[in-house]
Design a binder for this molecule. Structure first.
Ligand code: OOG
Ligand code: MG
Length: 266
């Protein structure tokens, strides 16, 4: 056997502090897995500690959940081939019409999403897509601004989970559309930057059906003894690749039957 560098187990407290400070100070860091090893459970534990610290120190609160890497486009773009989830904080919400100050972030990218709102609790394991579909009361066009704290957005599955799945800002159209009469698999999605179409997709880009993503979330949360409460806002994950943004950019997502949402970057 040849000599190899055996990676050390991660220091959870130190990693939490590093991620907290990187986000606060807009400083990029190297991925932890370059030098240490940790499993998915530990990664979600770091994410939770990080968000708890942000809630305490920034006087904000948790307002929802987000899914990531639920589309083939995103999995390919990031070279991570499994969905992940993260937590949405009130202080990261960009209201409709509010400008996004790009300079408050490290290297932001924006991606087109669909947000859903539940009206019934979902507790895994064993939540089916049909149960998830019935729990989705409303849907709206949405956009997520991701800002990995890792240099060049280079990370492994556990790194990105620990970093609260690159969550930075999120925008959700204020008009909620009842989902009962909308087939979220077949709605067309058009993503535009400065009036040019950047990419297109259908709702089915999200694990075949956004309801599948919500079921996945409920079942994944169950692994950590958690569940989705009724009345939860969930970002279902990007439908196409994320794109870099700069001051002056105007980004629009249009989802058939749900409407559109514009984000102005300053
Ligand atoms: C990870 C977060 C992915 C999505 O919607 O797929 C995500 C990243 O790409 O940095 O939020
Ligand atoms: Mg996203």
């Amino acid at each position: 056997m040849s000599a190899t560098n055996v990676a050390a187990p991660i220091d959870v407290e130190a990693a939490t502090r590093t991620l907290f400070e990187a986000q606060r100070d807009r400083r990029e860091i190297e991925p932890f897995t370059d030098t240490s090893t940790f499993d998915e459970k530990t990664a979600y534990a770091i994410q939770k500690k990080l968000v708890t610290k942000q809630v305490e120190q920034e006087a904000t609160r948790i307002v929802g959940l987000k899914l990531g890497l639920t589309s083939e486009a995103k999995q390919k773009q990031m070279s991570v081939h499994e969905p992940i989830y993260g937590i949405l904080l009130d202080s990261r919400y960009v209201g409709e019409g509010e400008p996004l100050a790009v300079s408050t972030l490290i290297h932001p990218k924006v991606e087109p999403e669909i947000a859903v709102f539940t009206s019934a609790p979902l507790r895994g394991p064993g939540v089916t897509p049909d149960q998830a579909r019935k729990a989705i009361a409303f849907a709206t066009p949405a956009m997520e601004v991701i800002d990995s704290r890792y240099k060049d957005f280079r990370f492994t599955l556990t790194d990105v989970i620990a970093d609260n799945t690159s969550a930075a800002r999120f925008a959700i159209a204020s008009r909620r559309v009842p989902a009962a009469n909308v087939d979220l698999r077949t709605v067309g999605v058009v993503f535009e930057k400065n009036g040019e179409v950047v990419s297109t997709a259908a709702g089915a880009a999200i694990l075949g059906d956004p309801a599948n993503a919500v079921a996945w979330l409920a079942n994944k949360l169950a692994e950590h003894g958690e569940s989705i409460a009724a009345g939860t806002t969930i970002m279902a994950g990007a439908l196409t690749d994320a794109i870099a943004i700069a001051p002056g950019d105007v980004i629009t997502v249009t989802v058939a039957q749900l409407g559109s949402l514009t984000l102005r970057c300053v």
